[in-house]
Design a protein around this ligand. Structure first.
Ligand SMILES: Cc1cc2nc3c(=O)[nH]c(=O)nc-3n(C[C@H](O)[C@H](O)[C@H](O)COP(=O)(O)O)c2cc1C
Length: 404
């Protein structure tokens, strides 16, 4: 591996370590994103090989992809039979063919089994035995073309997965780099949570004072989103109940709520509707709400007194509805000693029946990093300060062990 590629290799995660990805690039203007995309896949541990169509080479130079991947770029099929090297049925073949950004032309050719460009030849070679993902990019009118649509449908039925597009400015734009990376990881990740149903709450609730003002807290939703996404990447069926204003998430099944009561009712609906294996309550739920919410905006200029009443305890409802579920709570305290933090975590276990508590100080709110205690009935383990995504991995290893 070239030195400059080594410098970024697996710096974000090891989720794609040992995975060989062919980035097959057709001639869409969005090919300009491929340098970033390749580098990001490498940051998660992948080895990337670029293949370019002739039209793609008119948009970006192969040098850019050589630089980005640190590997030779396939721009034509020669006597080295590059398509077989990369995608033939042998043990050294790629783990995934990612066609990005896919033109209407390339999509339709693949659907018809035509291979007259390096991109389509690699896809045809891989089709029977290697996963293929396609991230389309084209004008809306091309995307709406009945035959292009039919071809996409045909490919879907044959097991090809599509990522995006995003519809903006009259275009079917290629999905964002982070979204593509998420779906690639989801495809290639070990599925140790397959068959598990997991419910996660995330974010800060809002309790309305009047139609535009509310009481909230500093939680960003990052930790809950990281927990939900990690579970989904590991193959679980995840439902994420997330508050409005939280960080966005790529989890497929999301429910947006605002107030504690909305969150409670969404959670009750889920728990009454289907059996879950794990419930993770990472949302920072308001303990109080205004006794009344003014129907109109309260006029400024005069002092007002707000009477606050306690909100329902969401955590207590979980085991009332599903006594057998594995319940993981979060506990955030401010300015207390480590011993006191653990004591309060254990109190939550007694009162709400949680099986484990992730306890941290309120400094974690909104931050990229977190330092927590993993508290169970038997032990309290301190996990050192680390990024929330890495922490989610470590926490899921522990929750996975509890599930057996
Ligand atoms: C600057 C430029 C941008 C283009 N962008 C797209 C695009 O986003 N989507 C698309 O389907 N075709 C796009 N085209 C047209 C394709 O390049 C053309 O259909 C070509 O035949 C595709 O060949 P390929 O699929 O083998 O790469 C673009 C062409 C040019 C010159």
């Amino acid at each position: 591996m070239l030195h400059h590629v080594k410098l970024i290799h697996a710096t974000k995660s090891r989720k794609l370590l040992g995975k060989k990805i062919v980035l097959a690039i057709p001639g869409s203007i969005a090919a300009v994103e491929c340098v970033k995309l390749a580098r990001e896949l490498i940051r998660h541990g992948a080895e990337v090989h670029a293949v370019m169509s002739e039209s793609a080479r008119k948009i970006i130079h192969p040098y850019a992809m050589e630089f980005a991947t640190g590997n030779p770029v396939v721009t034509e099929i020669t006597g080295f039979i590059e398509h077989v090297e990369l995608a033939g049925e042998h043990e050294n073949r790629a783990d995934l063919i990612l066609v990005c950004p896919a033109t209407a032309n390339t999509i339709s050719k693949i659907a018809c089994g035509i291979d007259d460009t390096p991109v389509t030849t690699v896809v045809t070679t891989a089709f029977a035995h290697t996963p293929i993902m396609i991230a389309p990019a084209m004008h809306s009118s091309m995307y709406k073309h009945p035959i292009v649509k039919e071809n996409m449908e045909k490919l879907r039925k044959l097991g090809v997965e599509f990522i995006g597009p995003r519809f903006e400015e009259g275009k079917a734009k290629v999905a964002g780099v982070d979204e593509i990376v998420y779906h690639v990881i989801k495809k290639l990740h070990e599925k140790d949570l397959k068959g598990r149903r997991i419910l996660v709450t995330a974010g800060a609730t809002r309790e309305y004072i009047d139609p535009i003002r509310f009481i909230t807290n500093r939680s960003s939703g990052k930790m809950g989103v990281a927990m939900a996404e990690e579970a989904e990447l590991r193959g679980a069926e995840v439902t994420l109940i997330k508050t409005r204003g939280s960080v966005p998430s790529f989890v497929e099944n999301q429910i947006e709520v605002e107030t504690v009561e909305e969150m409670l009712s969404a959670m009750e609906n889920e728990l009454m509707g289907k059996k879950y294996d794990v419930v993770i309550l990472a949302a920072a739920v308001s303990d109080f709400r205004p006794k009344t919410t003014a129907k109109e905006k309260i006029k400024s200029g005069k002092a007002i007194t707000l009477e606050l009443v306690p909100t329902p305890k969401i955590i207590r409802r979980v085991k009332e509805i599903q006594p057998g579920v594995l319940l993981v709570g979060f506990k955030a305290e401010y300015g207390v000693s480590e011993e006191e933090l653990i004591t309060r975590a254990r109190e939550q276990m007694e009162k709400a029946g949680s099986d484990a508590v992730i306890a941290n100080t309120a400094e974690a709110f909104g931050s990229e990093e977190n330092e927590v205690f993993w508290v169970t009935k038997e032990a309290a383990e301190k996990l050192p300060r680390m990024g929330k995504r890495e922490l989610a991995e470590k926490l899921w290893n522990r929750i996975g062990n509890m599930l057996g």
